[in-house]
Design a protein around this ligand. Structure first.
Ligand code: NAP
Length: 334
């Protein structure tokens, strides 16, 4: 029988790739979208095309609306629920810690409570984050490494993570945490470091912009390709029993390496175009790198897109958005 999946955060980078994967696998896919005006559906453009009518059904709710979420879950009766909705920007979480806790922390409470109260056998995936490791003392990190969050975002994710473990143990619910390391793609929000860099490289190449200002290039991250990470989410919910998994590449690269590689892909020398202007930010996670042994052994999942390929995919996509209109002039598509 056709399985039904419900995705919170379906308009985001991961939600849109996951929706595509599940449609391909024959699921009836439902998504929760914020009742914004207009709703940002560009990541879902392919799936919402008239030729694919009814492949995805959208339901309006903010993750803060408990009753509405409950209604949606009761109507959809999902076999699998992928909870991805979040205020997902760690830097921004210092500007709105209360809102971040409300969406990331209490949003997860509302999802889990609704599934429990309705009494459905729904399998739940929660998108936890490598940011929870924050001030790292062990590298690479695995599922047993202690958390030390360095941002309100990471603190809220730690709360949501433990809540998932608690509901699993206290109520016997099927709930999995994916401890996701940074994963990027052409659908990454423009406020995130990698996309800021690839967009700027494309625009500078096209003559639309001269320079890029960045605040710090010293941090190192474990950067993977988002479409592969949503496969790991799906695999977790296909197991007999629920568990938590690190999802990462196991390779670490510095922010400076990312900038150098992105500008090189665009045929540019980053040193001629990038200004590093230190800005104070209260704190950020230290260098993060994941140990993926458990995901490899139990899910049969490994990241296959390498760092340079990820950078190339993103730069090529951003260059394609800056298309020549007529000789000597360029136009930009959003
Ligand atoms: P994203 O592109 O920022 O997408 C976030 C999604 O959440 C969007 O669909 C957004 O809707 C929705 N959302 C935000 N606030 C909401 C609210 N109040 N009510 C309902 N929906 C709301 O994030 P992503 O990169 O796909 O990440 C997916 C999940 O993985 C997030 O939970 C993130 O924290 C986690 N994660 C991501 C990474 C990464 O590197 N990408 C790493 C670790 C963990 P709008 O379109 O309306 O804004």
């Amino acid at each position: 029988m056709k399985k039904t999946a419900l995705i919170s955060g379906i308009t985001g980078q991961d939600g849109s790739y996951l929706a595509g994967l599940l449609v391909e696998k024959g699921y009836a896919v439902h998504g929760i979208v914020r009742p914004a005006d207009p709703i940002g559906l560009s990541n879902l453009a392919d799936l919402l095309h008239p030729s694919k009518r009814d492949s995805v059904q959208l339901h309006h709710a903010d993750i803060r609306e408990k009753d509405r979420l409950r209604q949606i879950i009761q109507t959809v009766e999902p076999d699998e629920l992928y909870h991805l909705a979040a205020q997902s920007d760690p830097g921004r979480s210092f500007e709105c810690p209360g809102y971040t806790a409300e969406v990331v922390g209490l949003g997860t409470v509302r999802i889990l409570e609704a599934v429990r109260e309705i009494g459905l056998p729904t399998k739940v995936f929660h998108a936890a984050s490598s940011a929870m490791f924050g001030r790292v003392e062990i590298s690479p990190q695995d599922e047993t490494t202690p958390f030390y969050p360095m941002t309100p975002y990471a603190a809220a994710k730690v709360f949501a993570y433990w809540l998932c473990v608690n509901f699993r143990e206290a109520y016997g619910m099927f709930v999995c945490n994916g401890i996701l390391y940074n994963h990027e793609s052409p659908r990454r929000g423009g406020n995130f470091f990698t996309r800021k860099v690839t967009k700027a490289a494309a625009r500078i190449r096209a003559g639309l912009q001269d320079r890029l200002s960045l605040s710090d290039l010293s941090a190192s991250r474990d950067w993977g390709y988002a479409p592969e990470y949503v496969t790991a989410m799906w695999l977790m919910l296909q197991r007999e029993s629920p568990d938590d998994y690190v999802v990462a590449t196991g390779e670490m690269h510095s922010a400076e390496e990312f900038v150098e590689a992105a500008f090189a892909e665009a045929g540019l020398d980053w040193k001629h175009h990038v200004d590093v202007i230190p800005q104070s930010r209260p704190a950020r996670a230290e260098n993060l790198c994941g140990n993926t042994s458990k995901a490899r052994e139990r899910l049969g999942w490994v990241a296959t897109t390498r760092f340079r390929d990820l950078v190339r995919i993103m730069v090529e996509a951003d260059c394609a958005l800056v298309a020549p209109r007529h000789e000597g002039s360029v136009t930009e598509r959003s």
